[in-house]
Structures are given as C-alpha cells and as structure tokens.
Design a protein around this ligand. Structure first.
Ligand SMILES: Nc1nc2c(ncn2[C@@H]2O[C@H](COP(=O)(O)OP(=O)(O)OP(=O)(O)O)[C@@H](O)[C@H]2O)c(=O)[nH]1
Ligand SMILES: [Mg+2]
Length: 413
C-alpha cells in the first residue's frame, strides 16, 4: 500500500519518506518508522505511518491498511499488549490513561512519573521487607530441626512496624492524589454583596462574573475551571443568600444550597468590614454540617468589624491573602499533602483500596503475634497482606521467597 524510494530500505528506528498511492495518483507523502521488537511500545514489531493531518487522507490510509488485512486496535490495546508482553507493569499501564486524560501540565507530569514506574518503586521497599519477614518465618518453620532459631515476637513486631507505617502513608497520600487526578469542586457562598463574585474572579484570575455594589447581582450559578497549584478546580459562584426577595432570587438561593451540597469544599464568604450577623452564622453552621467548609473573611482592606474565629482573611479587591487562601484550600481537602507532593503519591482508587486491604491483614498479623498464634497461622495473614500488593506491582512467585530464604540464611551449606 506504500511506495518507498528504492534507495531507502526499511530499517529499524529510522524514519523513511514514502508515498501513499491513490487510485489516480499519489494521495500523500508519509513518514514511515519501523520499530523492531522488543524496542517498541508494545515490545512487538511496530510500524508507524505519519500522514498529513487531513481526515480524508487518514481515513483513506486506514482503509487501505484494513484492505491489506490489518484491523483496528481495540481501545487501549497497544498499552494492554505492552503490559502482557511484560514491558510495563499495571500501575504504568494505568498511568498512560491518566497521561492522555491530563488537563493540566502538573497532572501530566505526575502521570508521566507513574508511567516511568514511580508507583511500583514506592511500594517496592515495603514489599521487600514483607518478603523478608515471610522468608524469616518460613525458614523458622521449615528448618526448625536445623537449629534455625524461631523469630521472637518482638523481632516480628519490629519488622512489621515500618511496613505498616510505610503502606499507611502511601494509602493516605490518596487524599491528595485523588484530587490531583480528578480535580476539585469549590462552591463560593455567602450573603449578598460580601464579594463572592469578586473572589471567584480573583481565584480565576479573570473577570468572569459580574460584580456590582447592588446586593443580589448574581442570580444563578456561574462556574468555571481554574488550575490552582496545577490541580483543575471547578469554582462555582452562587447567588447571595437572603430571604424573600422575589421568585428569581429564591430559586437562585436554592441553587446556592444545591451547589454547597455538591461541592468538595465550600468557601463561606463573610464581609469583614461589617459585624457578623445571624444569617452568616447559620450559613457557616450549614456548610460545616454538610462537609468541608472554610470561612473566608473578605474586604480585609477595610476596617475590620467582624469578630469570628478561624477566618482566612483576604481582599478580593487588592489580592491580599489570596495565595494563603489557595494553600489553605489544599490543606483543608488533603491535610498534610503539601509535603507529599515531591515524594510521590498514589492517584488510583484501586491502589488505595488494595493498600488498605493489605493493611487490614498486617493488623491481623500484629494481633496474631500478640496472641502467640503459631507462625503457620501468622504466615497466612502475611501472605494475605502480600496478595493485594502483588495485585499492584505484579506477582511474587514461590521462587522469590525460596531465593530469599537460601540467599539470606545460608541454610544447607
Ligand atoms: N473594599 C472592598 N470591596 C470589595 C471587596 N470585594 C468585593 N468588594 C466590593 O463589594 C461589592 C460586591 O461585590 P460582589 O463580588 O458583586 O459581591 P457578591 O457577593 O458576588 O454579591 P451578590 O452577587 O450580589 O450576592 C462590589 O462593589 C465590590 O467591588 C474587597 O475585598 N474589598
Ligand atoms: Mg455575585
């Protein structure tokens, strides 16, 4: 289906110019690259044809290939093949999808690290320690007659500690990882005229919502996605909450409450230049009872009259305190996460659940040690703790454990 210039035989990892012939003459000049196995995306022989972008040309090229006996790939098939051929592990394959779906450069960078294998690398040391512990106990059981001392309880607990705390830290990092991957919805609520729309525009760094000094300016929800710290955050500006100002406003207020219920975090905005009123307190109470809420004291540039605890002071007008608010938002939705950002974190719910499952069995193992349960039984818990980890990083074989026993314990010399 392609016509190559005679002097250019197809060589691996070399781009070659070729012609795509049509029924009545050349349709396109294309670049053909051959990737010889195993150094290709799927670890199989791969041929890539790059056409110029026209959809009709692309379709023609694909139809010609199908006519020659090729078939269309299933969704994700190339990555699936790379996995089945052992070129990448499961977390790497999952990260390819995240990379494709990334909407911010930060998300792409995190996904790219995971494509490089960062998830398995983070889990590896704890899996290694768990395998060591299993080998130690197996050796104690299998070679008891050979004078291999059985590990004392304190020794087992001492070895369990870092495995549990390490896996726990990793599982907990999902609070932040989840946000990085899926983004966050933030509702901005408050009484009329406190500066919700001004704050919305300030966080968005764009004049999107209408701001006036007339209370009741915003009547409906206005939402827009902003990247905050590289995380896509859906900001929702709402109608100011007050009672009985006509049908449109009443409907608007209902929507404000709905937005609060749907948000991951609610920013309750109060006007610092006025005394705190009962409706402010009611709104704060409502937001807190529904989930996570931050109280933002706006208009900090004016003389402060509001008396309230735990307020993040900002001025939507001058921009004062906005950076601090951005940090506080992240601290509220993923406590302690700021430190995790550089050391890596997990972004997959599946990984979090598997880590939690492993931790459950490690806790059982700890109880078993305390209760002096025989090591045969304790080992069952440890193997059960290993299985979910294997489901993330790939299976451990019986040989892995035997090799450890024989390499580290010098039995049967
Ligand atoms: N001094 C000062 N004025 C502000 C600040 N933020 C907002 N304003 C003013 O307060 C008034 C109301 O601002 P908006 O952002 O429209 O308030 P809102 O809460 O969206 O009001 P509604 O949509 O009517 O509920 C405008 O005149 C703003 O210029 C601030 O930080 N300092
Ligand atoms: Mg408004």
């Amino acid at each position: 289906m392609l016509r190559f210039p005679r002097e250019h035989a197809l060589q691996s990892w070399r781009a070659v110019l070729a012609e795509l012939p049509g029924p009545e003459g050349t349709i396109d000049q294309v670049v053909v690259t051959f990737f010889e196995r195993p150094r290709s995306y799927t670890a199989e022989d791969v041929l890539e044809i790059s056409c110029h972008g026209s959809p009709v040309v692309l379709r023609y090229c694909v139809e010609r290939a199908l006519g020659e006996g090729a078939r269309l790939a299933e969704p994700g098939e190339f990555t699936l093949r790379a996995y089945l051929n052992g070129r990448i592990d499961l977390p790497q394959a999952e990260a390819v999808r995240d990379l494709i779906e990334a909407t911010t450069l930060y998300q792409a960078r995190i996904a790219a690290q995971q494509v490089e294998g960062s998830v398995s690398r983070r889990i590896a040391p704890f899996k290694e320690r768990l395998l060591e512990l299993i080998s130690l106990l197996e050796a104690g059981i299998d070679f008891a007659e050979d004078d291999v001392s059985v590990a004392p309880a304190e020794e087992i607990l001492r070895r369990l500690d870092p495995i549990e705390s390490g896996l726990e830290r990793l599982a907990a990092s999902f609070a932040y990882g989840h946000i990085v991957r899926s983004g966050l919805t933030l509702a901005i609520v408050g009484r009329p005229n406190v500066g919700k729309s001004s704050l919305f525009n300030r966080l968005l760094e764009q004049d999107r919502a209408i701001v006036t000094d007339i209370p009741g300016t915003t009547r409906d929800l206005v939402s827009e996605v902003a990247a905050i710290r590289g995380v896509p955050v859906k900001l929702v500006d709402t109608a100011g909450i007050r009672e009985g100002e006509g049908l449109v406003e009443t409907l608007g207020v209902e929507r404000s409450f709905q937005a609060m219920a749907d948000a991951d975090l609610t920013l309750v905005v109060i006007d610092l230049s006025a005394p705190v009123e009962k409706p402010d307190r009611e709104l704060i109470g409502r937001a807190k009872s529904q989930g996570r809420a931050l109280i933002v004291g706006n208009k900090s540039d004016l003389t402060v009259q509001a008396e309230l605890e735990d307020v993040v002071a900002v001025s939507a007008l001058t921009g004062a305190g906005i950076e601090n608010l951005r940090d506080t938002i992240f601290e509220a939705v993923a406590p302690g996460a700021t430190g995790e950002q550089e050391t890596g974190f997990i972004t997959s719910l599946r990984h979090e659940q598997l880590l939690r499952e492993s931790l459950t069995y490690l806790a059982k193992a700890r109880t078993a040690v305390a209760d002096n349960i025989p090591h045969e039984m304790l080992l069952l818990d440890l193997y059960a703790a290993l299985r979910p980890i294997d489901a993330i990083t790939g299976a451990t074989t019986a040989d892995d454990i035997l090799n450890r026993i024989f390499s580290t314990f010098c039995i049967g010399k």
